[in-house]
Design a protein around this ligand. Structure first.
Ligand code: GLU
Length: 328
């Protein structure tokens, strides 16, 4: 049997969390070094060779451009290295969907790239991290995992990074997959794909940004006025994602202010503060007339990632931005 050689990039998160008390609530994300996790995994006897490389030891709420740049560069090197069969990234779950989607947009799909996290610290009773990690090894070792974009493995499910969304704060079944269901089911002993690779041998869709433009998420709420839009433009926002009500709605004066921003060349994408559901064009908001973009299936956090990548690539025209959101 061929033993897969997997690069494991560590960033911290609860999967590396240390509470020092198996029944306590408080813990430090990234409290354990990556080597400790990898040693724990090696003790399971999985048929894979793991090569650890620590990028950071932080809670993923603190992840940003420096870590994303380091992750992207390490992935690029590994994708080009014939001695590496797949890549696993250990990551906090708070922003796993953002990191996963950014890499999904900016990496080729030629080898498996798998994010994995946990909801319970590594030393908590009933910790889910080691099982999720073992599942991630199973996925990243499978040549049939390539061509599916960046994936997230949590709770015995394989989710496409583009579809994954954290939907619970503490349950170990914290992620949902929308609008498509999971790509597969995995356990340490089994892996079942629900369909063929849908992105086989794709090159990167977009260049990795040289720097991240300021793109803000504005959450709509009843009775709000248009001052927050003015404030965002005042701090130099290069793009705005509306976390709107329902199908991307907001009070009329907010929509008017967003349309004025769009007319000045600041792209505006209407997403939703609702957990799931599409935001389509021209439903209650006349996007054609106002120059706005509908986020379709992307929630606010992932819509912001895509808009940052587009703005960084010089794509700001509403029709072109809409085409990118439609491409999903
Ligand atoms: N805030 C932590 C993080 O995202 C905890 C969430 C987790 O890892 O499950 O790193």
């Amino acid at each position: 049997m061929n033993i897969a050689r997997l690069l494991v990039l560590g960033t911290g998160g609860t999967i590396a969390g240390a509470g020092g008390n198996a029944i306590g609530a408080a813990y430090r994300p990234g409290g354990y070094a990556l080597e400790v996790l990898v040693d724990g995994l090696a003790a399971l006897g999985l048929p894979a060779q793991l090569v650890p490389q620590e990028i950071a030891r932080i809670g993923s709420q603190d992840i940003g451009f420096a870590e994303w740049q380091a992750l992207h560069a390490a992935c690029q090197t590994a994708l080009a290295d014939p001695a590496v069969d797949g890549i696993i990234i250990t990551h906090g779950t708070d922003t796993a969907e953002e990191t996963g989607f950014l890499l999904d947009l900016t990496l080729a799909t030629t080898k498996p790239v798998v994010l994995v996290g946990a909801m319970r610290p590594a030393d908590a009773v009933g910790a889910d991290g080691l099982r999720n990690f073992a599942n991630a090894v199973k996925v990243a070792s499978d040549p049939a995992a390539a061509g599916r974009g960046v994936m997230l493995v949590m709770g015995d499910a394989v989710l496409a990074a583009r579809d994954a969304r954290k939907a619970a704060t503490s349950s170990i079944d914290a992620f949902r997959s929308f609008p498509r269901g999971p790509l597969g089911r995995v356990t340490p002993a089994s892996l079942d794909w629900f369909g063929p690779p849908h992105r086989a041998d794709e090159q990167a869709r977009y260049p990795f940004p040289q720097e991240l433009p300021r793109v803000a998420i504005l959450t709509a709420s009843a009775g709000m006025d248009d001052q927050p839009v003015a404030a965002l433009l005042g701090i130099g926002a290069k793009g705005i994602v509306l976390a709107g009500m329902g199908q991307g709605n907001a009070p009329a004066q907010v929509i008017r202010a967003l349309a004025r921003a769009a007319a000045k060349g600041v792209p505006v994408v209407r997403s939703t503060r609702v957990d799931e559901g599409l935001v389509d064009r021209n439903v209650e908001v006349d996007d054609d007339r106002l120059g706005l973009v509908a986020a379709r299936a992307l929630g606010p956090a992932k819509a912001r990632v895509l808009l940052m990548v587009l703005v960084a690539a010089g794509i700001t025209d509403a029709a072109a931005v809409q085409a990118a959101f439609d491409a999903g």
